[in-house]
Design a protein around this ligand. Structure first.
Ligand code: SAH
Ligand code: SF4
Ligand code: F3S
Length: 466
């Protein structure tokens, strides 16, 4: 799942109510990598005396961690900045200062434009330079408007502090861990290679140390993140380049780490060792996000995906041979320039053939600076809308069918957090479904055996099997 659907603010952490405490409100748009980055920025700011708040009006610093993937995602930033300008003015009238910072992929792509269009913004900082955030804020306090969007030569991960135990505990029993950043694939529709730069893989030792810290803080499940996570090729302790399969093996040696996932993968980077890991590692959950984008070979070629539908289907067959209970999720784009009715029918056929437990689908959005923007034959909006509706109906029916198939099964559930009703907890199935079950809050972090008893539109219901 790498969409701008999730709009989260970082959770509030314990604040001492003294006037010396500075408060930061972080709003996160976009993919899980931004969620991870928002936490890392919060951790970097903690060293500077900031605690996070989930009340924007209380904040001394508001940070928008933005997404540029589709036009709508980028537009959201400017409308949020309009509201923030008014809040800043109101607070100034009350003698209270509020700084506004823009981070993330819009910052990287349109830094100058943000400063020009939004005079209330004090700071623009790109995803590669978050470790320079405290320093940049000092410059803001000296009266500068700061633009920090160079690709840093130093490694941001080495300079960003990891959270302490208490903070990790407060953030819950599942965690993200970015292992790879950037993308060298240059799909013709996509801004990521421009906003996140070229592929960089973190070394094994750094990743293992961070994972161990998370586990020490009570984390039971880690999702390894990367824009192209299965292209990860980090330096191993033996001086060799390791692949993701090898890294997953190493991580299963961490005692107490019960579950592993990774996202997002490109079909061209699923190598044998990674497929074997699905067979050999029970900790690796049987769920894989493997986007194809289109079911038409002609469109795949125009998108520069560099594989065919037949290769994708054969790949999935191999992964399912390794792990028969594996379920798939994917991403689709409808209305890429030149997409005909026939191409779109091919996409529907592919979805029927593969069968997805979950999937995300979008209307093609023209992104300035990408090769797709210069293509002729842009598809009219109403055609895109109709295609999206049909595709989403099919994907939803597959998602519901998958949920129905789960009823009656006994599965492992990682209990994550309190449910809506007292006495209820919400957990995650191996296939990332939310499951409601009666259990005590002291059981959060446990993996229990449950029988699925029913399925609602967005979650399953279960009872603990004694
Ligand atoms: N690295 C991942 C995708 C990252 S972007 C991959 O290669 O699959 C997340 C998703 O956003 C993509 O899978 C794609 O479906 C969608 N997306 C990216 N650019 C888009 C655009 N210009 N218009 C519409 N959807 C887009
Ligand atoms: Fe974008 Fe393609 Fe890279 Fe995915 S693989 S991030 S879609 S350029
Ligand atoms: Fe969006 Fe940047 Fe992620 S464009 S999807 S926040 S990598």
């Amino acid at each position: 799942m790498t969409q701008e659907i999730a709009v989260l603010s970082t959770k509030p952490e314990m604040a001492l109510e003294s006037p010396a405490v500075r408060k930061v409100f972080v709003k996160t748009y976009g993919c899980q990598m931004n969620v991870y980055d928002s936490d890392r920025m919060t951790d970097a700011l903690a060293k500077d005396g900031y605690v996070s708040t989930d009340v924007m009006e209380d904040a001394d610093l508001v940070l928008l961690n933005t997404c540029h993937i589709r036009e709508k995602a980028a537009e959201k930033v400017y409308s949020a900045l309009g509201r923030l300008r008014d809040l800043k003015k109101k607070k100034a009238g009350e003698g209270r200062e509020m700084m506004i910072g823009v981070a993330g992929c819009v910052a990287q792509a349109e830094g100058d434009e943000i400063l020009r269009r939004a005079p209330a913004v004090d700071l623009v900082i790109g995803p590669q330079t978050y470790h320079r955030l405290p320093e940049a804020l000092k410059r803001v306090r000296r009266g500068e408007r700061v633009l920090e969007t160079d690709y840093a030569i130093e490694d941001k991960f080495e300079h960003l502090p990891a959270p302490d135990k208490a903070k990790t505990r407060a953030r819950g029993v599942t965690a993200f861990l970015t292992v790879q950043e950037g993308c060298d694939k240059f799909c013709t529709f996509c801004v990521v290679p421009y906003t996140r730069g070229s592929e960089v893989s973190r070394p094994v030792a750094q990743i293992v140390a961070e994972a161990q810290k998370l586990v020490d803080g009570g984390v039971r499940e880690i999702t390894l993140l990367g824009q192209n996570v299965n292209a990860w090729h980090g330096a191993g302790p033996d001086g060799e380049k390791w692949g993701l399969g090898q890294l997953l093996h190493r991580l299963t040696e961490i005692e107490g780490l019960a579950r592993l996932r990774y996202t997002t993968s490109h079909p061209r980077d699923m190598d044998d060792s990674l497929i074997d890991a699905h067979r050999d590692l029970p900790q690796l959950m049987p769920y894989l996000h493997l986007p194809i984008q289109s079911g038409s070979n002609r469109i795949l070629k125009a998108m520069n995906r560099r594989h065919t539908t037949a290769e994708y289907i054969a790949l999935i067959a191999r992964i399912k041979t390794a792990r028969p209970d594996l379920a798939l999720s994917g991403d689709f784009i409808v209305g890429f320039p030149g997409e005909t009715d026939e191409d779109f029918e091919d996409t529907l056929r592919l979805v029927e053939t593969v069968g997805y437990a979950q999937a995300f689908s979008f209307k093609y959005s023209t992104r300035p600076g990408t090769p797709g923007a210069d293509l002729e034959d842009q598809v009219p909006e109403d055609v895109k809308a109709k295609r999206l509706e049909r595709l989403q109906a099919l994907l939803l029916s597959q998602q519901n069918a998958f949920a129905q198939q789960c009823i009656g099964k006994t599965i492992d559930l990682l209990l994550e957090k309190p449910g809506r009703m007292p006495g209820q907890l919400i957990g995650r199935s191996p296939w990332l479904q939310s499951v409601n079950v009666d259990a005590k809050s002291s059981q959060i972090g446990d993996i229990v055996s449950v029988r699925i008893t029913g399925a609602g539109p967005n979650s399953l219901f279960a009872e603990v099997v004694s």
